[in-house]
Write a protein that binds this ligand. Structure first.
Ligand code: S3P
Length: 440
């Protein structure tokens, strides 16, 4: 009988119950990368011609982006994970209603850069969580380029009064690929050459995607430049598997001495692959079975086992925290089972994701009986702790729900995960795949 079941309660329609496992084994192809799917969908909508995308993310967030691109005049045809987008050849149309970004910060922030150069008024809305997230970080550079953007106390709903923009030189004050992308997407359509530099190099999917669609970008040292007035042409592309979704299973594979996990067609872009280094530091043995390149993105097949010495520990801080930002919740969730514990610092951004991820990780680990120290910018979680199952509050945050499903695998009893349906934001198949891989 399956150890993962759904149960009806009055507070949440589908809490998931995840019990302990004896091992973690199998081969899996995770859905297409969320970050890359957003970028391909947006650029396809702006491009001339038809873009054919395979393995598009099944997560709700990139589908929010597709909905917005349709509202802006692109035509979208979906056949499972194959998506065809016929673009507007640079002439977005005035949407008849609000642009609904759902739960997706990526949609709202990056789309702002796509639409701001167009001479219409756009209102971008989202769910409660998205309305709590800071938008000033994109208003500032886009306003410097000439767009007028109204926010309510720095938050959505966001109204963009678009029009011709001028290039800027921009230093990103916070490490954010979404902010960088908004500036690059606006710069592509502005007058003059926009340049930017990042203190910490963030994921570079936008740079690869822009080039794939035919744009020219140049890099001199840390300075990236894009000339305005460039036209894009539709492409055929395959989206690599999402390494941030794979992170849950990679972490699970660390928990058992005889684990054996094969991940097929996984994105291995070096700006995302810091996770693999941390998995190796913690005690994972990673074998790269195959790697190839598609449109600038690396796609590979990897096998992961646990090293015979078992799980050590890790210190995550500085640039590494920024590069691992989406994977930190699951790394924290398995930290008590390591020998030396895990310390995470310089990760204040975690407090303003889909939830306050530092607070929720701390709350749920404590509910499972863990000891830890919470800092404004991170957590210190000692190793060698045995946890028990607990009532888990996902805060409707996909990565918290999935992280605590993984924490349950080595606990002494079941976790009841409330708000587990949030997993569908990035990884709707998560609980099904988990059930297949976790050996009971
Ligand atoms: C993303 C960048 C990160 C990340 C988010 C996706 C992207 O956000 O947390 O899940 O696709 O560029 P920030 O840019 O806010 O750090």
């Amino acid at each position: 009988m399956s150890s993962i079941t759904t149960q009806q309660t009055s507070t949440s329609p589908t809490p998931q119950i995840v019990g302990p496992a004896r091992s973690f084994q199998g081969s899996v192809t995770v859905p297409g990368d969320k970050s890359i799917s957003h970028r391909y969908a947006m650029l396809a909508g702006l491009a001339e011609g038809t873009t054919r995308l395979n393995n598009f993310s099944t997560g709700a967030d990139p589908h929010s982006t597709l909905g917005c691109m349709e509202a802006l005049g692109a035509s979208v045809v979906k056949a499972g994970t194959s998506i065809e987008v016929t673009g507007t050849a640079g002439a977005l149309q005035q949407p008849t209603g609000n642009l609904d970004c759902g739960n997706s910060g990526s949609t709202m922030r990056m789309l702002a850069g796509i639409i701001a150069p167009h001479p219409y008024t756009f209102t971008l809305i989202g769910d409660h969580s998205l309305t709590m997230r800071p938008m000033e970080r994109i208003r500032k550079p886009l306003a410097a380029m000439g767009a007028r953007i109204d926010l309510i106390d720095g938050h959505a709903p966001m109204t963009i009064h678009g029009g011709p923009l001028k290039a800027i030189d921009f230093e990103t004050p916070i490490p954010s690929a979404q902010v960088k992308t908004a500036v690059l997407f606006a710069g592509l359509q502005a007058e003059g050459t926009t340049s930017l530099s990042e203190a910490v190099r963030t994921r570079d999917h936008s740079e690869h995607a822009l080039r794939a669609f035919g744009a020219t970008l140049t890099r001199k040292g840390e300075r990236l430049s894009i000339a305005g007035g460039q036209r894009l042409t539709g492409i055929d592309a395959t989206v690599p598997g999402d390494i941030s979704s794979a992170a849950f299973f990679l972490s699970a594979a660390l928990l058992f001495p005889d684990s054996n996990l094969v991940l097929d067609s996984i994105g291995m872009n070096p700006t995302r692959a810091a996770l693999l280094d941390v998995i190796a530091t913690l005690g994972g043995k990673i074998k790269v079975l195959m790697v190839e390149e598609h449109n600038g993105e690396m796609i590979g097949t990897i096998q992961v086992n646990r090293s015979p010495e078992g799980l050590k520990g890790a210190q995550i801080a500085g640039a590494l925290s920024a590069q691992l930002i989406d994977e930190l919740p699951v790394l924290a969730a398995i930290a008590p089972y390591t020998r030396d514990g895990v310390t995470i610092r310089d990760a204040k951004e975690l407090r303003i994701k889909e939830s306050d991820r530092i607070a929720l990780v701390a709350k749920n680990l404590k509910a499972m009986g863990a000891e830890l120290t919470e800092f404004e910018d991170g957590l210190a979680i000692p190793g060698n702790q045995q946890l028990h199952g607990a009532e888990i509050d996902s805060g409707s945050d996909h990565r918290i729900a999935m992280a605590f499903a993984i924490a349950a695998l080595r606990a002494t009893s079941e976790n009841v995960i409330h708000g587990a349906d949030a997993a569908a934001i990035s990884f709707p198949e998560f609980f099904q795949f988990l059930n297949e891989l976790a050996q009971r």
